[in-house]
Design a binder for this molecule. Structure first.
Ligand code: PLP
Length: 230
């Protein structure tokens, strides 16, 4: 799996070019559409953090929590429908795509009976694109922050965003910089955030320059995705 080494290299170079250390940037390997063998190949090379964007695919690909290889962590990064919240809390180590207070309530309802606390990220729609999920403005995000007082089994660990389609560098940089400013503001309010998840195969260098602490890379590690004909 040559892709993993070259992505690690790319992260190191991007970090050092802007005066950051590579240790400040965690690599999440996004394994959607790729088989568990590919996951284990990356695991054998030291990769521990994985991302999947569908509940069902995560559930059928990875062993249940407790039976996974040591240190393996799997996060849900795709839009989560409320009716899949129950399943999601059973199998995801973190849910990175929390984008509404309604979803927060649904997750809380599933976690409270077992008194389990789950790490989440708030997803921010930083590009303004209608097809993207996420909180679209600061007011919405602040309301969600306040809502955390009603969902004690959700522990907010940070923010996640997907950059604009098309890869125009200026727009990408603006979207990431805006998300970073929200992250800084929330931290300044006293919230203990430590994850700023932004950057994918095509834009992770810009994301690191704009302060990302976690990049989500699929294609550049595992190759092109084949979604089949269906
Ligand atoms: C698929 C996906 C990624 C990885 O995208 P690549 O371009 O293949 O690196 C990252 N984040 C999310 C939310 C995704 O759905």
């Amino acid at each position: 799996m040559l892709g993993l080494e070259s992505v690690r290299d790319g992260i190191r170079r991007a970090a050092s070019s802007c005066g950051r250390s590579a240790g400040e940037v965690t690599l999440m390997a996004v394994s959607k559409t790729h088989p568990y063998e590919a996951v284990m190949e990356a695991y054998a090379m030291g990769q521990r953090l994985f991302g999947e964007n569908r509940v069902q695919e995560l559930a059928s690909k990875f062993p249940p929590p407790g039976q996974r290889p040591e240190g393996m962590t799997v996060c849900l990064i795709g839009h989560l429908q409320r009716n899949k919240a129950a399943k999601a809390v059973q199998i995801a180590d973190r849910i990175d795509s929390v984008d509404s207070t309604g979803l927060m309530d649904e997750l809380e309802k599933r976690l409270a009976p077992a008194d389990r606390v789950l790490d989440i990220l708030f997803e921010v729609n930083s590009s303004g694109e209608a097809q993207k999920s996420g909180f679209t403005c600061e007011e919405e995000l602040m309301a969600a922050l306040e809502h955390l007082s009603l969902t004690p089994h959700l522990r907010l660990a940070g923010l996640m965003t997907v950059g604009p389609l098309g890869g125009d560098e200026d727009r990408t940089r603006k979207a990431f910089a805006w998300t970073r400013s929200l992250y800084d503001r929330i931290r300044a309010m006293g919230y203990d955030l430590h994850v700023l998840s932004m950057g994918m195969s095509g834009d992770y260098v810009t994301a690191i320059e704009e302060g990302s602490t976690e990049v989500r890379i699929g294609t550049a590690i595992f190759g092109q995705r084949d979604y089949g004909n269906g």
